[in-house]
Design a protein around this ligand. Structure first.
Ligand SMILES: Cc1ncc(COP(=O)(O)O)c(C=O)c1O
Length: 383
């Protein structure tokens, strides 16, 4: 049979390739900094609640296409409080994870041949979906000093085929947390040109609670331009339950419902119950985990201050640290050597778009800070 060339052209999912370089996956010496997965299970109370609910017969049916109303209302309340803004139940559509949210938003906004502005480095699944849908990414260059994208550079790329600007903050892979001013400048640009500003905030619960991620939800006109993507995967350790959300205005959500109906029909019901339980009961647990990660970010910055290290920490936050390696070699070759000779499993920057050969991503959230000195010693040994 003939296969879709747009899918054939897509790069394969990278995590599996990195693991294929690991000679002994059972080695106790291995330090796994490869994939961004929470290092802990959801709390016992959530597992007990869900177990009882499923035994009682809940969760086995479809829900409304948009998701369980109580969950949509709870997420709207959570966002309104966290962002000091105004979000209603009607603005929320629950998806089968944030990846599906992104795919559905792109399908609702773009035809083949349309363009989306994407800062480098970028999340590989975003790039893969754009490629599969024949939507052209127009990349913004990576500033390895600030790790922030530049709205003026984006302005120069806008043309009649541009449909959206896509940001990920806190960023995967760089860990950079974009400033509210930076996000708001992109919003203004998108608004001026009638584009969507899509912001994937999968890691937003790992920003300091005192810090406002941005003020977009406080604007009366946010629904005309802003599309917020969210994930319950990391915040409540629910990666396997596949639950996320799109938060946007009615014109987009009304059309997106058609895509949702054809693909997932609804987000997994059990995942929605788990997410609702989390929003209603796990506020303190969430803060505790977020604080642990904040301490880990401080510890990784401290560890990288080692003067003997020739790898440079470009940025770190939420789950990730992005490193500039010191070699005149491709990122893949450097990572393969780190995996095979030093047993640090990580990902080459080249998986995150062009111009990333000099960089490496460490998903440090998976590793307790007591092991960071060992990571640094291994990196020094690799120099
Ligand atoms: C930026 C970003 N968006 C989305 C996802 C996927 O989230 P979900 O599990 O909710 O599909 C990830 C997971 O690594 C991610 O890093």
């Amino acid at each position: 049979m003939k296969l879709n060339p747009n899918v054939l052209d897509c790069a394969a999912a990278p995590i599996a390739e990195a693991w294929s370089w690991v000679e002994d996956p059972a080695s106790p010496n291995l330090i796994d900094m490869c994939q961004a997965v929470p290092a802990h299970l959801p709390p016992q109370s959530l597992r007990d609640y869900l177990g009882d609910a499923i035994k009682a017969g809940e969760g086995a049916t479809y829900t409304d296409i948009r998701g369980i109303p109580a969950l949509r209302a709870a997420l709207a309340g959570n966002i309104s409080e966290r962002y000091q803004g105004s979000v209603d139940e009607a603005d929320v559509l629950i998806t089968a994870g944030c990846n599906q949210a992104f795919c559905s938003v792109i399908d609702t906004l773009c035809q083949a041949g349309d363009e989306v502005i994407v800062p480098l480095p970028c999340y590989f699944n975003h790039q893969m979906w754009l490629s599969a849908r024949a939507v052209t990414p127009r990349y913004l260059s990576f500033d390895a000093e600030t790790a922030m994208p530049d709205p003026d550079e984006a302005r120069a790329l806008i043309n009649a085929r541009t449909r959206a600007i896509l940001l990920v903050t806190p960023n995967n892979p760089s860990g950079a947390i974009y400033s509210p001013e930076c996000i708001e400048a992109f919003f203004e640009l998108a608004r001026e040109h009638g584009l969507a500003l899509i912001v994937d905030e999968t890691y937003r619960d790992f920003i300091d609670i005192e810090q406002l991620p941005h003020r977009l939800f406080a604007r009366a006109d946010w629904r005309d331009t802003f599309v917020h993507l969210y994930s319950f995967s990391k915040v409540f350790s629910l990666t396997g339950f596949r639950t996320g959300a799109v938060v946007a205005g009615q014109p987009l959500l009304e059309q997106l419902k058609k895509i949702q109906d054809c693909t997932a029909i609804c987000a997994p019901h059990a995942g929605q119950l788990a997410a609702l339980y989390g929003l209603q009961n796990l506020h303190d647990w969430k803060l505790e985990k977020s604080d642990e990660l904040a301490q880990r970010a401080i510890a990784i910055r401290r560890a990288f201050a080692n003067p003997d290290l020739k790898y440079r920490l470009v940025s770190a936050g939420a789950y990730f640290a992005y490193l500039q390696h010191p070699f005149d070699a491709s990122a893949r070759d450097v990572v393969r050597r780190l995996i095979q000779q030093h047993e640090i499993v990580c990902l080459p920057g080249s998986y995150f778009g062009q111009q990333q050969e000099q960089f490496i991503r460490l998903a440090y959230a998976n590793v307790h800070e007591s092991r960071f000195e060992d990571v640094i010693a291994r990196l020094i040994a690799s120099q």
